[in-house]
Design a protein around this ligand. Structure first.
Ligand code: COA
Length: 319
């Protein structure tokens, strides 16, 4: 009998501190109206002094474990997606594993920027399908505000911090139907942090982005993702109950929903209050819609994301 993975529980966590567009108006040459019209964002949560990515990941993970009705000791795989790890190494997944008092199971980070959680879920699903794990904790967490230049109005208005998590477990029925993962490094300089280990770059550790070029490629690519996932599974657009998109920008989300012929009532949107939390955006949005009762057991959900690399991908699942 085939093995599949199914989502057992979800969790999310946002740092307390909120930065509104009005706050940004006081710091930069921008306006609340401009930000809302171009991105749909009203506010974002950001870490306080001393608060790190793993500080956000831990409560999100604990909530997902509680919702799954299991104990941390039953977890036999941890995959954590982040672009803003607490340290270069050991991985944030190892730090999280230690906080949860789990010992011995594989734990590793995935770096696919805003597509990170979709990559992590796709990888964890394959561990479960091959029988290499039976209960996996999959986390997307970011202290993204730490790599933002808060004087650059082209980037700082967009991003925020947070963490989302799911626990997936082995089952005889899907669960996760398919995951499609892609990358094209030819685009890496359109959205990047040039700083690295000994690469000769001496500038600050900040995100640089060619916003309008990123926007154009994101819209076309996410349109292709929709065709890819439907064709691969012999499904119609009407088979999708919920779209849980990466929360990059309201206009990008609306374009993908149009491609799916989905009314916005079937699209989970958090970009207005969270901003773009990179690898945390999809699991945070998913957790919110599960907890408020919108996404129900048995419904079909399409998660999709696009990010630096470029990377992009989707996970199609029955909740
Ligand atoms: N407030 C006011 N004006 C701003 C501004 C801000 N926060 N940021 C940029 N501008 C100005 C620019 O300086 C430019 O002025 P100019 O015409 O005098 O030169 C003008 O607005 C248009 O700039 P442009 O960059 O073309 O704007 P845009 O319509 O493309 O919107 C983004 C900018 C960043 C909101 C938009 O490109 C975007 O959302 N891109 C996708 C980014 C993304 O999702 N990244 C993450 C992917 S995972």
């Amino acid at each position: 009998m085939s093995i599949y993975s199914r989502i057992l529980g979800t969790g999310g966590f946002l740092p307390k501190k909120v930065v509104t567009n009005r706050d940004l108006e006081r710091m930069l040459d921008t306006t609340d109206t401009w930000i809302q019209e171009r991105t749909g964002i009203k506010q974002r949560h950001v870490v306080s002094d001393g608060e790190t990515c793993v500080d956000l990941a831990e409560p999100a993970a604990r909530r997902a474990i509680d919702a799954a009705g299991i104990t941390p000791g039953e977890i036999d795989l941890i995959v954590m997606a982040t672009t803003t790890p607490d340290q270069i190494f050991p991985s944030s997944a190892c730090a999280l594993q230690n906080r949860l008092d789990i010992h011995g199971c594989p734990a590793f980070d995935i770096q696919a920027v805003c597509t990170g959680f979709v990559y992590a879920l796709g990888v964890a699903d394959k561990f479960i399908r091959t029988g290499s794990a039976s209960k996996a904790l999959v986390v997307g967490a970011e202290a993204f505000s730490r790599i933002i230049d808060w004087t650059d109005r082209g980037t700082c208005i967009i991003f925020g911090d947070g963490a989302g998590a799911v626990v997936i477990g082995a089952d005889h029925e899907p669960g996760i139907i398919t995951s499609c993962l892609h990358a094209d490094g030819a685009y890496r300089e359109l959205l990047h942090v040039p700083a690295g280990v000994g690469n000769g770059y001496n500038g600050a550790l900040f995100v640089e982005m060619k916003g309008n070029e990123v926007f154009r490629v994101a819209v076309t690519t996410l349109g292709r993702i929709v065709d890819e996932v439907l064709t691969a599974n012999g499904m119609e657009r009407s088979d999708i109950d919920w779209l849980v998109p990466h929360q990059a920008n309201m206009r990008i989300i609306q374009a993908t929903a149009r491609k799916l012929d989905l009314p916005m009532e079937q699209v989970v949107v958090t970009v207005d209050t969270h901003g773009n939390t990179s690898a945390a955006s999809v699991p945070l949005a998913f957790d919110q819609a599960v907890r408020d009762g919108r996404i129900q057991r048995g419904q079909v959900v399409l998660m999709e994301a696009f990010g630096g690399g470029f990377t992009w991908g989707s996970v199609l699942l029955r909740y």
